[in-house]
Design a protein around this ligand. Sequence first.
Ligand code: PGA
Ligand code: ZN
Length: 411
Amino acid sequence: MKIKDIKAIEILDSRGNPTVRTFLTLDDESVGVASVPSGASTGSHEAVELRDHDQKRYGGAGVLTAVNNVNQQIKTALMNQTADPKTVDETMIKLDGTDNKSGLGANAILSVSQALIRAISVSRKIPLWKFINEYYFSEKPFFPKIMFNVVNGGKHANWNFDIQEFIVIPQYQLPSESIKVGSEIHHSIQKSLKSKKLSVLVGDEGGLSPALSNNEEAFQLIIESASQIGYENAKQYKLAIDGAASEFFKAGKYILKKDNKEISGEELIKYYLEIEKKYLVYSFEDVFQEDDWDNWTKFKSQLNQNNLVVGDDLFCTNTKRMILGFEKKAANATIIKPNQIGTIYETIEAIKLAKKYGWAVAVSHRSGETEDPFIADLAYASSADFLKTGAPCRSDRLSKYNRLIEIENKL
Ligand code: PGA
Ligand code: ZN
C-alpha cells in the first residue's frame, strides 16, 4: 500500500485558535483524517508548535506555515512511499532535521503521522485501536481508568485557583461505568455551586471554575458533592491534582496567589504531604517546576509509594527526559501527549519506556482540543493505565469519552 495524496488545512480548536487538520489518501482511496491539539500551560521542553506570528491573522496564531509544510515538503517526500507508520515517521523526523521539530513544526508532522495510521485502519476495515495494538504492541489491550478534571484553575480558568486541575478518578474498569460516575459527580458539583449562588461556568477543559477563596475549598466542594450522591473519596473514586507548577514558579519561588504566599520547594512539599493526608489525594501531576528535579526527587521519596507522582511538563513525552527522571527517581508515572513530541512512533516509544520502568501511563488531551478522538483509541490500544481528557462536559472532551464507550460496545 502506498501514499497517494496528502492535504492539510487550517481549522480552529476548542478555544477558537487555528490548528492543523490533515487528510491522507492511500492508493486504494482510503482516507485518514487527523486534527492536532494545542496546549496553554505548555512545557518548555516540548516539540515546537509552528505558529505564523503574522499579527494580521488570528493575532499571530495562524498555522499556514505548518499547513504549507505538509502540503509541500512533507507531501513531496512521502508521495508514492510505502504506507508504513514507523518508516514514514522516521522520514519526517529526518526531513525536519532538528531536535525539537522546529524545522517543519510538530503540528505539521503529527497531523500526517496520525492521519496515516487512521488511513491504514480504514483501508484494512479494522478499528483504529486494533491497528495500533497489532502494529506496535503484542499484548491484548485493556481499558484505562479515567482522570476527569472536574474543577479547572490556573491558566485554564483565568487563575481562580493556583492548582490547574482538580481531578476525580472513578475506580471502575469499564469506561461506561467510569463515565457515568464522573458525569454524576460533575453534575453534583454544579448543583452545589448553584445552591451557594456561585458561578457554574466552565474552564478550557470543561471543568467548573467557581471563584472559591482557596485551593482547599475545591477539595471540600468535590468531596461533599460526591458524597451527596453516595460516592466516597478513596473508595468509588480517587482524587488527583495537576499543579502545572511551572506556571506559578518565579525566580526560585512558588507564588500561591490565592493564599497570598511565596513559598520554597521545601514548603510546597510540606503542603502536598498535608493535602495527601487531609484529602487523601492519590495522584500528584506537575507539582513542581519542570526543571526543579531536586524537589521532585525529595517529594517522591517522602510520599507513600502507592501514590502517583506524575511528570507532564517534566518529561514532555520525551524519552531523553524520562531517562533522566528514572535516574533521579523523580516520578513513578508519566503523562503522554503526542503533540509534545510530534510523531506517533516516538509517542509509543515513550509509552513503552514508561512501562519498562514500571511507571503508570496516562494518555492525555491538551487544553485546546478538537473533535478528533484519536487518543481514546491510543489509550486503549496501548493498555494505558489512564485516559485524561478533561471533564465529562463539552464535545471536544466528550468525543474521546464517547469513543471509549463505542470501543466498549464493539467488543
Ligand atoms: P495544557 O494543559 O494542554 O494547557 O498543557 C494540560 C495539562 O497540563 O495537563
Ligand atoms: Zn499537566
